[in-house]
Design a protein around this ligand. Sequence first.
Ligand SMILES: *Cc1c(COP(=O)(O)O)cnc(C)c1O
Length: 406
Amino acid sequence: MMEVYLDNNDSTKMLPEVLEAMMPYFTESYGNPASLHKLGLDAETALDEARATIAECIGAMPQEIYFTSGATESNNLALNGLRLQHPGKKHVIVSPIEHASIRNIVKRWEKEGLVEVSYLKVDEDGIVDPESLRELIRDDTLVVSVIHASNEIGSIQDLRALSEICNEHKTFLHTDAAQTLGKIPMNMKELGVHAASFNAHKMHGPKGIGVLYLKKRTKLRRFFEGSPQEEGVRPGTQNVPGAVGFAKALEIALRDMDEYRPRIDELTKKLADQLLGIEYTRLNGPEVGEKRLPGNINITYRYIEGEAILMMLNMKGVYVSSGSACSSRSLVPSHVLTSIGLLHEEAHGSIRYSLSRLTTDEEIEYTVAQTKEVVQKLRAMTAFVPEKHSERESEKAQTFYRKKAD
Ligand SMILES: *Cc1c(COP(=O)(O)O)cnc(C)c1O
């Protein structure tokens, strides 16, 4: 049976070149980068080189790069570090489509009475309205945190527009850019952010390694206690092979981009077009193109359950995701999908397909054929009567599908 991995927004296959670059730091230069002997110095040199490479790839300085265990940790360090550093600021602003690792931090702060939380407005494609930031921002706003590209619906935000407003109010702008690193070229200075979170495993690098970019002179209060590694921002012995793998994966992603991007774009468009040819479907998030994360599509199949589609595709060797990894194991519908106006049952009937540079034409054809079959089977099983159902649709949902039928 063919196996098709279309869950690259959750994690990716590591490239052999990356593994090769990492290997010596497990087997030969395995010293602690803080040690003063040769093996320690070798590890330290590798770490410095990785830091310099990553800095150059994102338009930053090496001193602005801090290694962490992943984007979750970077998000936690940035937000908690800023809050502890500026205890007088009692207000934060986030988008309603953040990853759990931002969303749950601010929810907990709010519950504990530490800060007040405001949510930015997004349009029906999940794009933040900068005017809503202008309306919400206050003198005591500590930080604005906005995900660079949604891991669920792929919407890419105009961070530049948001950073201008933040700068006028001397407010920090943080972005969770785990999805965009290595997929769209980016420059920290141009984006104008003060802090950004990244990981390697979404771009064919290893799991368990991340980066926190912190703009020069942006101070975080220590959140972890320990030795002075990473300037105290993240104490603990660094993951040297991971850092080397991170730098290598990013280098390769940017080096080969002109070669693989057109192919990913073409396959993504083909997959979207063919799946949207199925009755009662809609694309969630922006059209495939400039405003959408390369390789990401998210489709609602009306009148059936996403989990059922996922399970049946799994049996056919097609690996996809229903909503985000975190919400897909619970019955709570994705907050991202409901925040762009989907009904609960529509959110439950949604599937994300995420492609990578390794995705092939045959895999896309197989996926389309299998999805069509699965959707037809499931709709037959649920005694699917669209006419009857549509009387019960919300006005908003009716517009979605009518628009598609036009
Ligand atoms: C995957 C992901 C994370 C979590 O990253 P880890 O490295 O697994 O901790 C955070 N934010 C976004 C947008 C992601 O896609």
